[in-house]
Design a protein around this ligand. Structure first.
Ligand code: BDP
Length: 707
């Protein structure tokens, strides 16, 4: 077994399967696959030894050694079966064109050079070669053929970022995988090995930027000492093609330097930000830019000075513009003094600002109009601001989807939103086309995922949560991929390419998010989680200071029926969608049933498509969700022979937790809604295990992720 140059931290066979290696395990392949890999990687020819190329060639050596037992040598000359990395600069007569691949894309082609059969990975840059390398390794790991390759791939979305909601004290807002991986205290002097492993994992799925700190930002992140710490991380990430960004607090000029105001139109304020940007770029020449949460949930912002979000964003944009930086301005806003439907407020605030943002501002919009619920209709801002680049914000961490222990694969959630049709420019105006810029011809494009990464040995709090990080990256690179195919390649790399394992695992993953919708928020219900920590059910909560913090605000259940009327007779949030969408949503009959109660308040006797009354159907969804979890437990138990003991046991235990909690969700929800509807349960549905007061009395003061 070769591989003396391997990092001891991630050596493929050096340790038990604790999940640290993610999908980059490079475990020994079976004989045919091992032989195929060796035959297609007899040597590696690379155009130089720069830091990025060194990462690529070492990754290849490590991976090939792990999978086949032989380490290919770095070679200057072609030989039969060599893997050749090349750019037009290194190899002028490349047999493939790199036109259209941009600065990150690549081509992989099985070809003949000097009479020798080789595999060529070609790109315009070393980062492109690294991306091509990871694609080739994905094929090798997942047991795909390495013959006759002819692949071209380039991302349509420019900014593919993680957003860390990490605090400077090491906690992570909505983090369920342990403490923050940023050791702010010992940076910049100590750069632990985990930083490079983090960059490597992200690069392997095409992520090219990371916002280091919480959107609920502290001004301190912009002090000289914290800029130096961010610069140290940027130095580690750079060769992987990953840029660093910072969340900023609006009042930083006042807090750090005693300015009297943070009014964006005040010249002193603008000068402060300009000087701050200059200082940051001196330390981090390729700094990406700022992410801003302003005038939302108590954060300060330009509206405090009677200025608009555009005034604020443009002032910051001017500060970073000379350095090619950008500003990502979040549209997640709702205000305590606005009595309108919370689902409408972002649109109301931002739509009038369309066309008013500087050209290096991109508005970051959550997938739905409330807050990362198990299911939300797509945000009405997508398609509604044609003159403004909009970027997607997904939540990879599962604040509302079972947190660390539930197996609820998010691929289908991401896919559902990306494929949703806004009808902004007629049929086919999907959310994907809004955010990849193709619908309106925008060049600045982006997608962000709120990270699920922490100090846990397995990074994400569970093995299956790794799939959400993976799926986010893969979809960010190529929104046309299916959640199903991503689950398949993830399972092949994370466990093994054996179809006896892969097929059941993928099947279980693919239905798991819908199961969580069923046992938590069926038929379009939302935001019925308990207060603050959002762990577990609290549909009865009605005593919080702001109306829209209370679950009762969202479900509006009473003796007659349930649901939020967002049609013309109600809040008319439906009117924020393009006319063809609005028309469908105007009637319960034409609204997709899985969004029914999001848009309509309906009587308990309303007939669902199944023939069930709404009441019976609701109960059947709760039952179905729990049943799905039972089925996952059975499936997983049958996979014991195919999974290592450590990862098997963890998943088995977490499924036990999930089953218990799915039942809790079902029982507590039914106990509450039955206290309102006063209806009997349909035949075959068991009564909740406890009475309503028992569920109401449960308290979780130490639930993780909540400050
Ligand atoms: C909500 C979270 C809260 C975040 C907020 C945001 O509960 O912790 O600060 O979103 O996105 O999902 O700003």
């Amino acid at each position: 077994m070769a591989g003396t140059s391997l990092s001891p931290v991630m050596a493929p066979t050096a340790q038990a399967e604790d999940g640290y290696d993610l999908w980059l395990r490079y475990a020994q392949a079976d004989a045919p696959r091992s032989a195929a890999i060796s035959a297609h990687a007899t040597a590696i020819v690379a155009p130089g030894t720069g830091p990025t190329l060194t990462i690529a060639t070492q990754e290849l050596q490590r991976a090939i050694a792990g999978m086949s037992g032989t380490t290919p040598a770095l070679s200057a000359t072609f030989q039969q079966g060599a893997l050749l990395l090349a750019t037009p600069a290194s190899t002028p007569a490349l047999p493939v064109t790199t036109d259209g691949l941009g600065s990150e894309g690549y081509a992989i082609r099985s070809t003949m050079i000097d009479g020798k059969a080789v595999t060529l990975i070609a790109a315009n840059s070393d980062v492109g070669l690294l991306q091509g390398t990871y694609n080739w390794l994905r094929l090798a790991q997942s047991g795909e053929s390495l013959d006759n390759l002819d692949i071209r791939s380039a991302p349509k979305i420019g900014l593919r970022l993680l957003n860390h909601w990490d605090n400077l004290n090491g906690t992570v807002e909505r983090g369920y995988a342990g403490q923050s991986i940023w050791d702010w205290w010992r940076l910049p002097d100590w750069k632990g090995p985990r930083y490079a492993d983090y960059a490597r994992a992200n690069a392997s799925i095409g992520i090219n930027g990371t916002v280091l700190n919480n959107v609920n930002a502290k001004a301190d992140s912009l002090t000289a000492s914290y800029i130096a710490k961010a610069a140290a991380l940027a130095d580690v990430f750079r060769p992987y093609g990953i840029k660093v960004y910072l969340s900023v607090k609006w009042t930083a000029p006042m807090e750090l330097d005693g300015l009297k105001t943070a009014d964006p139109l005040d010249p002193q304020v603008a000068a402060w930000w300009k000087a701050k940007a200059d200082e940051i770029y001196k330390a981090i020449p390729d700094f990406g830019g700022f992410l801003v949460k302003a005038n939302s949930e108590g954060q300060p912002g330009p509206q405090d000075y009677n200025r608009t979000h555009a005034d604020g964003a443009n002032m910051l944009a001017a500060a970073v513009k000379p350095h090619n930086g950008i500003v990502m301005w979040r549209a997640f806003v709702y205000a305590h003094d606005n009595p309108d439907d919370r689902a409408k407020q972002a649109y109301t605030d931002f739509k009038p600002l369309d066309g008013k943002f500087a050209d290096n501002v991109i508005v970051q919009v959550k997938n739905g109009a409330i807050d990362f619920q198990p299911r939300e209709p797509f945000h009405p801002l997508f398609g509604a601001m044609p003159k403004t680049p909009l970027m997607m914000e997904f939540q990879i961490t599962k604040e509302y989807l079972g947190q660390s222990t539930h197996l609820t694969y998010l691929g289908p959630l991401f896919e559902e939103t990306l494929d949703a049709d806004t009808y902004a420019r007629g049929k086919g105006s999907t959310v994907s086309k809004v955010i990849d810029g193709s619908l309106e011809g925008h060049k600045l494009t982006g997608i962000a995922g709120v990270a699920n990464i922490g100090m846990d040995r397995d990074w994400s709090g569970s093995i299956f949560n790794q799939a959400d990080w993976y799926a986010f990256g893969r979809l960010a690179w190529d929104t046309s991929l299916s959640a199903d195919s991503i689950a398949k390649e993830w399972a092949e790399m994370t466990f093994s390419p054996d179809p006896k394992l892969v097929q059941p695992v993928v099947k279980m993953m693919m239905g798991s998010r819908e199961a969580a919708v069923d046992y938590m928020t069926p038929l379009g219900l939302a935001h019925v989680m308990d207060t603050g920590h959002h762990y577990g059910p609290g549909p009865w909560v009605s005593d919080l200071a702001r109306p829209e913090w209370n679950p009762v605000y969202y479900h509006k259940a009473d003796a007659n029926g349930i649901g939020f009327d967002r049609t013309k007779s109600g809040s008319d949030a439906v009117g924020q969608y393009a006319p063809p969408v609005a028309k469908l949503l105007a009637s319960a009959k034409t609204t997709p049933e899985n969004e029914l109660l999001w848009f309509h308040h309906l009587p308990w006797d309303y007939r669902l498509k199944s023939g069930d009354t709404l009441w019976d159907g609701l109960i059947h969804h709760y039952d179905g969700g729990v049943r799905y979890v039972t089925d996952m437990q059975t499936t997983w138990a049958s996979l014991k022979p195919y999974v290592d003991a450590e990862r098997f046991a963890e998943t088995e235990a977490f499924l036990t937790i999930q089953h218990r909690e799915a039942l809790w969700w079902r029982d507590a929800s039914i106990a509450y809604f039955q206290s309102v509807s006063k209806r009997p349960l349909p035949a075959g549905s068991a009564a909740p295990a406890h009475d309503l007061d028992w569920y109401k009395a449960l308290k979780f003061p130490y639930a993780p992720g909540h400050n």
